[in-house]
Design a protein. Structure first.
Lengths: 129, 297
């Protein structure tokens, strides 16, 4: 159990959600997506983005259009399909739920006197049963 | 002094040092191996190559005479090497092998990342999700089906499975089992007429909600159609057995509906609604992630 592993686990789930939210605002070129995510201090490698986009596209969440560029071959611009929009909304609702829950729980924890039950795996919370 | 070669790279002519070309070629090969099991492999590689070509062109435009080792290494650093991608795009880096071994055949189920592999492997009674002793829930988790369905099976085949249940209760140890099921049967809150059973079934089996509705309403429809004839064809049902359809089948369906109404929970939260449909697209996505996992190469 190392910190990097846990952090990357946390990030992974929201990466898709963030990418979709950027594309949702309008057609996007992959490296612009990376730029924007880095601008928001969310580090992502371009090499991670391309497979994600292709998978989302193959799942009918995204579609793309070739746009002529003045310097070289045309570029792929991605946009959301109706299915992708639906998918995004569901992710958004889940995210809001999660964010609320996490905020509620972590703010509670701050007021308690260090009653952190930091179980190594964290997947089985003790339930009074 | 270095030898420079011209390559045709994704529709651009790029002058590149021979050593830099070797590095680039090696990198593309490593990506190719990394994405070997990926469905859209060629497309992904193509996209990455295009982008690299674009970055090279920018570099040349800024005044470089050719692409050097350093340029290639810079580009690769921005793209990420396969071993770096692994940590971000695919499943967790540390325990990949372990998950791989444990998850085995259940690749399509489970979306919870590192936690999912726990459910499978050994049969436990589920201490977290139980009505009597957690046998049905544990068994369902082991087989990768919805606990609700397993419970209904146990209730319907009560006579035959009673001793099986008792036996499993005694033999199988109890444990908090993390569910690895992404698709569950719920009653639909949004798509309902009586109890949302049909809406939930439709979502579970990914069919139009009129299908289960029609099936459940069938005895009623047939009853309505055959009803007017019944008064003069008293024994019509002996040949066609509409009474079997309107009578016993109708009763069976009625009870099935009632049982589902009682046993199946309503999907309230959006997470549950996502589970209700098994998150159609999500499921696909996750199975694709797994395909891309290096452990499977």
């Amino acid at each position: 159990m190392n910190i990097e592993n846990t952090q990357s686990q946390m990030r992974k789930g929201i990466l898709e959600f963030c990418i979709l939210s950027i594309i949702r605002r309008g057609e996007a070129y992959p490296s612009d997506i990376v730029e924007e995510m880095r601008g928001a201090n969310l580090q992502i490698l371009e090499g991670t983005l391309y497979p994600l986009l292709t998978r989302l596209k193959n799942a009918d969440m995204l579609t793309y259009r070739w746009v002529e560029s003045n310097s070289g071959p045309p570029r792929k611009y991605f946009s959301l399909t109706p299915k992708g929009e639906q998918f995004y909304r569901e992710l958004e609702a889940t995210w809001n739920e999660l964010a609320n829950a996490v905020n509620t729980l972590t703010s509670k924890q701050g007021s308690l006197t260090g009653s952190m039950s930091n179980g190594a795996s964290g997947e089985s919370e003790p339930q009074p049963k | 002094m270095k030898k420079v070669i011209n390559i045709n790279f994704q529709g651009r002519v790029i002058p590149i040092e021979e050593t830099a070309y070797d590095i680039l070629k090696e990198y593309i090969e490593s990506l190719r191996r990394y994405f070997a099991n990926e469905e859209g492999r060629e497309e992904i590689i193509n996209d990455i190559e295009s982008r690299i070509g674009e970055l090279f062109a920018e570099r040349l435009k800024k005044g470089s005479t050719c692409i050097t080792d350093a340029d290639v290494n810079n580009v690769i650093a921005g793209m990420g090497r396969p071993e770096e991608l692994e940590a971000e795009g695919a499943e967790s880096s540390g325990s990949t092998g372990q998950q791989q071994a444990a998850s085995g055949s259940q690749t399509s189920s489970g979306s919870g990342g590192a936690l999912t592999w726990q459910g499978r492997g050994r049969l436990y009674r589920n201490a977290d999700d139980k009505i009597i002793a957690g046998v049905a829930s544990g068994l369902a988790n082991y087989l990768g089906i919805d606990p609700v369905i397993m419970r209904i099976v146990f209730v319907l085949l009560f006579g035959a499975l009673f001793w099986v249940y008792i036996l499993l209760w005694i033999i199988v140890p109890s444990k908090s089992v993390h569910s690895n099921i992404t698709k569950r049967l719920y009653r639909s809150e949004d798509d309902k007429i009586i109890g949302g059973v049909c809406g939930g079934l439709a979502a579970y089996f990914n069919i139009g909600s009129w299908v289960p509705r029609l099936i459940f309403a069938l005895p009623l429809v047939i009853g309505l159609i055959s009803g007017p004839f019944n008064w003069w064809w008293h024994d019509w049902d002996i040949f066609w057995g509409p009474k079997i359809i309107t009578g016993s089948l109708g009763t069976t369906l009625f009870f099935v509906y009632i049982i589902l109404w009682i046993a199946v929970p309503v999907a309230h939260t959006s997470a549950e609604k996502l589970e209700m449909r098994g998150g159609a697209g999500r499921r696909e996505l996750h199975s694709q992630y797994r395909k891309g996992r290096p452990g499977k190469l």
